[in-house]
Design a protein around this ligand. Structure first.
Ligand SMILES: *[C@@H]1O[C@H](CO)[C@@H](O)[C@H](O)[C@H]1NC(C)=O
Ligand SMILES: *[C@@H]1O[C@H](CO)[C@@H](O)[C@H](O)[C@H]1NC(C)=O
Ligand SMILES: *[C@@H]1O[C@H](CO)[C@@H](O)[C@H](O)[C@H]1NC(C)=O
Length: 529
């Protein structure tokens, strides 16, 4: 017994390193892996530039531009303009609905702008390198190509092998048929050998196949495999496929498929809200309001978890079942608190509420859960009813126009796009009120930028543009504890709260916000209504 074990052990010690050595000699060697961005993948210029680059062959043919259509193409020269003039009164924006423009450079001295712009450009170029792959590159299929190949949908996991589907040539009769395949990040092999086909470069980045028999060559092409050899888990390989005088390109995506993060939603039909949703809020000084919120929640959802982020100076403990209160350094701020609160959520969804909201019979979380369970939306907002009886959904459409070196233009407008099929009270939009249900993992991906300490809300949706799919329903309503109150009726706590929450606009806070729009989001200006 011992002898057998000893022998096995020896065999093991000898064969394993040999095996590894053997595998190592087989695979192409990269001591240094260059995972910098390859410039061959830079996406082509803007739509409008293409109009001015016709092929030489057609240069003599005259044409008449249609300005109304050309105007729809992006030109990388956006501007922000105000529309209409209104008296400069508080709330005049809301009353007259005019479009207001703001240029972020105006917030800073010219030397600061110079420096910010230079640093911003450097960071922006790095961002482009990280966020694009050769699969973003425009590839045009040339006319009358005898080559058949896959246009899209070919994907390989890093360092793995796939069979390339769809390769063939349809050529007119000739003496010798020849094709070449060239890759940049991997090698070609044949999974089967077909007679009367000459092969060169097997196991390399260039594979040449030739035959006097077209059918044999095509049979051989169906056995071509691609092995990714350069480890770079999120990119694409552009493969060249050529025969005499004809060339085609296609991309093979190199990536790990996203790892799922699944939550059990229970049986379909009735939703167990306590298992699916965590209510998250941030409080600062307003404990009377917070306690009213919690007791209103408990009337309808006695066991749902409530997470409270608290950055008050002398925090008060809020006790009770299913309550987690997190204390933060004094005055850390609005978004830092939201970020902390959502970082502690363990359910599939979280419901964001402000600490001065009150639940009622119309605050049906089930309805919002149903929307997220049955659609591809990531976040859905409800309505907040003011003491005046007006319910607001604060639906915002956000667009970004390319603006060249100075940065892009941000435009926000009240409104929405379409009604959601099957949910007549719900619409698609880009930003919503601060009462919403969201998929925890998507919201965490976007994150609440903790640098936005005061007055901030829409910034989350601007950061989330392109990542979050947002809806808004007006039939799920939460009440807002009174805001309209005369100043001398405020308690000391409320006065302190207002000082932090509504600093006058000359303070640092607006400047921080403008700086983030200018540098972080690379906007030069905004318009809104
Ligand atoms: C592969 O083919 C390409 C294009 O024909 C050529 O530029 C490159 O040098 C070749 N590489 C090897 C290793 O043969
Ligand atoms: C294939 O590649 C070889 C070596 O790079 C080259 O000599 C030959 O002309 C190429 N054939 C075609 C059809 O492009
Ligand atoms: C709902 O979920 C909670 C928390 O996971 C659990 O304790 C409770 O038993 C569930 N209720 C039902 C009816 O399944």
């Amino acid at each position: 017994m011992r002898l057998i074990r000893k022998t096995l052990c020896t065999v093991f010690i000898v064969t394993v390193p040999l095996g590894i050595l053997f595998l190592w000699t087989l695979s192409p060697k990269y001591n240094v892996v260059d995972i910098r961005y390859r410039t061959n993948g830079v996406p082509n210029g803007l739509e409008r530039d293409r109009l001015w680059m016709p092929s030489k062959k057609y240069a003599h043919i005259s044409f008449r531009m249609k300005e109304d259509v050309v105007g729809l193409l992006s030109s990388n020269s956006c501007t922000c303009e105000s529309e209409g003039t209104v008296p400069n009164l508080p709330f005049s924006n809301n009353l007259f609905g005019h479009i207001f423009a703001f240029h972020f450079e105006d917030s800073f001295s010219s030397s600061t702008v110079e420096r910010m712009k230079k640093n911003r450009e450097r960071e922006y170029q790095n961002f482009l390198l990280r966020s694009q792959t050769p699969a973003d590159k425009l590839i045009v299929a040339k006319a009358n190509s005898p080559l058949q190949y896959p246009i899209q949908g070919v994907e390989v996991r890093p360092l793995k092998t796939i069979l390339i589907p769809g390769l063939a040539i349809q050529a007119s009769p000739m003496e010798m048929y020849r094709v070449n395949l060239t890759a940049n990040l991997g090698t070609f092999r044949l999974s089967a050998v077909v007679q009367d086909v000459q092969v060169e470069g097997e196991g390399e980045m260039n594979l040449s196949l030739s035959s006097t028999q077209l059918d044999n060559l095509n049979r051989q092409l169906s056995f071509v495999t691609y092995t990714n050899t350069l480890f770079h888990p999120n990119t694409a390989d552009t493969v060249t496929f050529e025969t005499d005088e004809h060339q085609a390109y296609f991309t093979i995506k190199v990536r790990y498929p996203p790892t799922p993060k699944l939550y059990d939603s229970g049986s379909p039909g009735g939703y167990n809200i306590s298992a699916l949703v965590t209510i998250a809020t941030k409080t600062f000084l307003r404990y009377d309001k917070l306690k009213a919120l919690i007791s209103s929640i408990r009337k309808y959802y006695p066991t749902v978890n409530i997470i409270i982020a608290d950055d008050s100076e002398d925090p008060e403990r809020v006790e009770g079942p299913y309550i987690e209160q997190y204390f933060m350094p004094f005055g850390k701020g609005w978004f830092a608190g939201r970020n902390l609160a959502i970082s502690q959520v363990t359910t599939k969804y979280f419901l964001w509420v402000d600490d001065d909201f009150i639940f009622s019979a119309d605050t049906k979380i089930e309805k919002l859960v149903d929307v997220l369970e049955k659609t591809k939306l990531d976040l859905v907002g409800g309505a907040v009813k003011e003491i005046t009886g007006v319910a607001t959904t604060f639906r915002q459409k956000i667009t970004v126009e390319p603006g060249g070196e100075d940065g892009d233009c941000l435009h926000t407008r009240r409104g929405y796009y379409q009604t959601i099929e099957g949910f007549p009270n719900c619409v698609i939009t880009d930003g919503v009120v601060n009462f919403f249900l969201a998929r925890i993992e998507k919201a965490q991906q976007v994150g609440f930028d903790p640098r936005l300490a005061r007055v901030a809300h829409l910034e989350f949706f601007i950061d989330g543009l392109g990542a979050l799919h947002v809806g808004s329903c007006d039939d799920v309503v939460v009440h807002h504890a009174s805001k309209i109150k005369l100043f001398w009726q405020k308690t000391e706590t409320e006065k302190l709260y207002s000082k932090f929450r509504h600093p006058d606009s000359t303070t640092n806070n607006l400047k921080i916000k403008h700086g983030l729009f200018y540098f972080k989001n690379r906007f030069k200006c905004l318009t809104r209504n």
